[in-house]
Design a protein around this ligand. Structure first.
Ligand code: PAF
Length: 280
């Protein structure tokens, strides 16, 4: 059975001085998380997976209350994927009484998801800073699926000289291209079918860019047409941005990224893809 630590001091005792990988999660693990854990296990002597539903990053208390929690299931999956320790702290172990600090990463937090979910990235940055300081990993693994989060974490890590290296890992996709997410389970069969318009829109934009189209207005028009083919899908944004600052571009340049957010029924989905122009 995999050990489960609930106290901060158990972590350092368990890790010793070996190369350690950290995979921060909020539980409800799926293949996307398991790919991060497997990679961490391949690249480090010891791997810690944190399972902590972080209240500081939820803007809607109802969302926090209904977030799926099943530590037993998650711990079994973590063990199977090759990690050595689950860190599953209580809220008070991360935010003890008197806790009064919040980390805000300006720049990349300000647009896109930062507008749709005010306060979200401050909550993410705060907990990630705490986890990196507690675990002091050699490497910490984050999925590119939440691309804006990855950019915010990289900025946080560089600005506060936090320990270890941040490793971004490719998005894991279902058979029709839909990015794996714990939210997908909340889609009805018809919504799930329509949701595949999201990766289709991104692939279309990536293909057009690869064949020389670098005009962002045209790329967005092509992506929007794919989204419009799914009648219940409501686009929130579809943008082409600089991969580091997340500022919108008018012409694709190296490192550009297409970002998308849509609503379908009660579910909100986000996704993204790298855009590289022919010869770039
Ligand atoms: O991506 C997530 O699951 C969370 O935002 C993270 C990075 C574990 C911080 O709570």
């Amino acid at each position: 059975m995999i050990p489960v630590a609930t106290q901060r001091q158990d972590l350092l005792a368990a890790l010793g001085g070996e190369a350690s990988g950290l995979v921060p999660t909020m539980g409800a693990l799926h293949e996307g998380h398991l790919a991060l854990i497997r990679r961490a296990a391949a690249e480090n002597d010891r791997v810690v997976v944190s399972v902590f539903v972080n209240p500081a990053q939820f803007d809607d208390p109802a969302d926090l209350a209904r977030y799926p929690r099943d530590l037993e299931r998650d711990a079994a999956l973590v063990a199977e994927a090759g990690a050595d320790l689950v860190f599953a702290p209580a809220v008070e172990a991360i935010y003890p009484s008197g806790f009064a600090t919040r980390v805000e990463v300006a720049g990349p937090s300000n647009r896109w998801e930062g507008v749709a979910r005010p306060g979200h990235f401050g909550g993410v940055a705060t907990v990630v800073a705490i986890l990196l300081n507690l675990v002091r990993p050699t490497r910490a693994y984050f999925g590119e699926k939440d691309y804006q989060q990855l950019v915010v974490v990289r900025r946080l890590h560089a600005d506060l000289a936090l320990p270890g290296e941040i490793v971004g890992c490719p998005t894991v996709r279902d058979h029709d291209g839909l990015a794996l997410s714990s939210r997908n389970a909340r889609l009805s069969p018809d919504e799930r079918h329509q949701a595949s318009a999201v990766p289709r829109a991104l692939s279309r934009m990536a293909d057009l860019t690869a064949s020389g189209q670098i005009d962002v207005e045209r790329l967005i028009a092509a992506g929007s047409r794919e989204l419009a083919a799914a009648p219940d899908l409501v686009p929130e944004y579809l943008a082409v941005v600089d991969g580091e600052t997340l500022e919108p571009l008018t012409v694709v340049r190296p490192g550009a990224r297409a970002l998308v957010a849509v609503r379908i029924g009660t579910v909100r989905l986000i996704d993204n893809v790298a855009l590289s122009a022919a010869g770039a």
